[in-house]
Write a protein that binds this ligand. Sequence first.
Ligand code: GLN
Length: 469
Amino acid sequence: MSTTKTLTEARALLSSGGSVVGATEQALAAAEAQQYLNAFLELFPETALEQAARVDAKLKAGDAGPLAGLVLSIKDNICYKDHKVSAASRILEGFTSLYSATVVERLLAADAVILGRTNCDEFAMGSSNENSAFGNVKNPVDPTKVPGGSSGGAAASVAASIVHAALGSDTGGSIRQPASFTGTVGFKPTYGRVSRYGLIAFASSLDQIGPFAHTVDDTAAVYSAMAGQDPKDSTTSSRPVEPISLEHPRKLRIGYYREGLERPGMDPEVVAHLQAHIDRLKAEGHTVEPIDVPLLDHQVPTYYILATAEASSNLARFDGIRFGHRSKVAQGVDETYRLSRSEGFGPEVKRRILLGTFVLSAGYYDAYYAQAQRVRRIIRDHTLAAFERFDLILSPTCPGTAFGHGAITDPITMYLQDIFTVQANLAGTPAISLPTGTHSNGLPFGIQLTGAPFAEAKLLAASKVLFGC
Ligand code: GLN
């Protein structure tokens, strides 16, 4: 373990004579000592220590940025110039980024140190980190369990206290679900609040980059340093980023999903925990009322039609010609495409490309893709309408706790892991998983708070003040 868990502790260490170089060396040692987790695909000792030395010099000169002292990991689908990036896929093995993602540039400019790139499901497709071409990630709380996915390495790197914070990406829950499984805070901002420039695309209309940390304070610090309009991503919003003040004295109106308490298949302890929070919030004088999830049983199918359709288009660029792996045995152009893709992509990615191509094909487009777009619009409208009545919506993050490696083999069962998380992506709202629960099986679990679009400040303040995270 590194000696500090949070940025606040790291700053305290710096003011009592510690250095960022020292903290970085310790983080590197902690990563080496916990290699069995398989959380990191690569450490960046050279550039991390160079950056740390720069930050130490700036601290001495008194002009260090807001993240001075923070050591951070990035998911292996975020580009960092002159560093390898693979999306945990054989098809990009050995590929080096030609430029840095905007989030990387902004975090470095704020004086964070980037320790390395973390393992994940291939192209961020999965809920257990069992789809990586480079092996499973172990859950630091219980290594026999998965850490969740797709940002499993990111979550594990924070849960094991190797780094203070991690960047993940969330297309249907890939930050919040692993946060729930590992006992960390995981935050997906509003679609368009954080630049996706330099994020290897999975499903562009759903993808968002966001942070993991031990505390809401650190989550807010990392989020604030990277949020805001980016001329390189035309889907980012021009709205000014609200300053985050982690105090919120006012009484709130909170909706909670009835289905989160009543749905079959829910772990009874997760339900009881949610109910206890509902009772407590009422007792504290907040208005807490049940609401129905819009089209709950249609959310996961809608998500998987749209996500796979977009993925099949985004992944067309990996063809053995322009990027990454090229088949050594292929002869001619057609065979080069076919074999390079067959050899380079893993089974889950292939399944999704097939499904996505099918739902976009001329004969089925109207029945699947166009229909899913309409359902998405209804889900979004219902979600936004709920925020006319409520400040926040409370739900479980996941139906249960982390499961064993290999325990879920059926893709449909795996996809249902996302039942409470895909709504925020379909509707574009911000949502956070807070580590509030510990199950009698010893594993952590989270609850999810969702806010209206661009209500990050309110969401983060409530997370800290109402849930003490
Ligand atoms: N588990 C979901 C999926 O497999 C979400 C992935 C993600 O958010 N990147 O698609």
